[in-house]
Design a protein around this ligand. Structure first.
Ligand SMILES: Cc1cc2nc3c(=O)[nH]c(=O)nc-3n(C[C@H](O)[C@H](O)[C@H](O)COP(=O)(O)OP(=O)(O)OC[C@H]3O[C@@H](n4cnc5c(N)ncnc54)[C@H](O)[C@@H]3O)c2cc1C
Length: 286
């Protein structure tokens, strides 16, 4: 048994002071941290619990411009049940229902989810498609970064050891439509073999803006920019959807894992790109 100290700071600033050179590792819901400690992936001398920091970091609110602001310590279950989230970003609400099980969602937090950096997570492609950003706090103040810039490699993020995700901002975009498709090869709420998110705006029958992001097939969640380029300015008819699916073939280096071979995942990306675009076009707005 590896012994560690458990610190329970009462403020975000105090928590940050216990990280970095001070040797602490943040723990929020603990659903990923505990598994990694049990399997010996890391053995911190000190865990810094974020449970007792100011309640503002576990709140959901709309700012004066209607943007959705999600405190990083908010449990996923609360996000799933939030009327504000359902109003501004219903694709997030929908994605939650098949994200693991309710026991995990009850304790796992949004900040812990993103900072975990596993490329198979469900929410990163959704938030990347919605052009969401993070507020990151450190001893020197706060910085904002797009969610798509967070991921650097397998379980690797752009966060410094003494930085904490404080908030996630989803911009209001009432004209946007979005969809997230999760394909699993075991149970419905299992880790995805592929997750793909699409967010777009239409002008009549033409696509005006488009963001498409995938998870669970590449070393980090990432955008499919060639698909976005093919969509923008074009009609969203079957011929275009067929071509966009085919355009994904060479764009990203796809990896095999326990839920499917690289060849299988490439085929999933081809087929599910068109399906996700169609669902976004035909479904409710984002
Ligand atoms: C059985 C099981 C099934 C799962 N299935 C799925 C699934 O289908 N889809 C899916 O997307 N996910 C799945 N997950 C993963 C789950 O989403 C993550 O474990 C969870 O979101 C992590 O959140 P947490 O608050 O528990 O993080 P923690 O375990 O507390 O922390 C995770 C990481 O983030 C760091 N950290 C925590 N908070 C912050 C912060 N605010 N700022 C900076 N760093 C921070 C920690 O130091 C650690 O490195 C599953 C997990 C389990 C246990």
């Amino acid at each position: 048994m590896h012994f560690f100290e458990l610190a329970e700071p009462a403020s975000l600033q105090e928590a940050i002071g216990l990280l970095g050179d001070s040797g602490g590792r943040p723990v929020a819901g603990g659903t990923a941290v505990m598994l990694m400690m049990k399997t010996g992936v890391f053995q911190p001398e000190r865990l810094v619990s974020l449970r007792k920091i100011e309640s503002q970091y576990s709140q959901i609110r709309l700012d004066s411009e209607g943007n959705l602001r999600l405190g990083a310590m908010t449990p996923l279950r609360r996000i799933e049940r939030s009327a504000d989230v359902a109003a501004v970003a219903p694709v997030v609400t929908a994605a939650m229902r098949r994200l693991s099980n309710v026991r995990v969602r009850n304790v796992a937090t949004l900040g812990g989810h993103l900072a975990h950096g596993d490329p198979h997570l469900d929410l990163p492609p959704v938030l990347i498609a919605l052009n969401a950003s993070l507020v990151v706090a450190s001893p020197s103040g706060e910085r904002t970064m797009p969610v798509e810039d967070l991921f650097r490699g397998y379980l690797e993020t752009a966060l410094a050891p003494d930085e904490l995700i404080a908030e996630v901002i989803v911009p209001a975009n009432p004209d946007q439509r979005a969809a997230y498709l999760k394909h699993t090869t075991r149970s419905a709420e299992d880790w995805p073999a592929l997750g793909i998110a699409v967010a777009l705006t239409l002008n009549g029958g033409t696509v005006e803006t488009a963001r498409v992001a995938i998870g669970a097939a590449t070393d980090t969640p990432r955008r499919l920019t060639s698909v976005e380029t093919m969509l923008i300015g074009n009609p969203h008819n079957d011929a275009v959807l067929q071509t966009t699916g085919d355009a994904t073939a060479g764009e990203a280096e796809v990896h095999s894992d326990a839920r499917g071979s690289a060849a299988y995942k490439r085929e999933l990306i081809r087929v599910f790109t068109a399906r996700a675009i169609r669902q976004a076009v035909e479904g409710d707005r984002a």
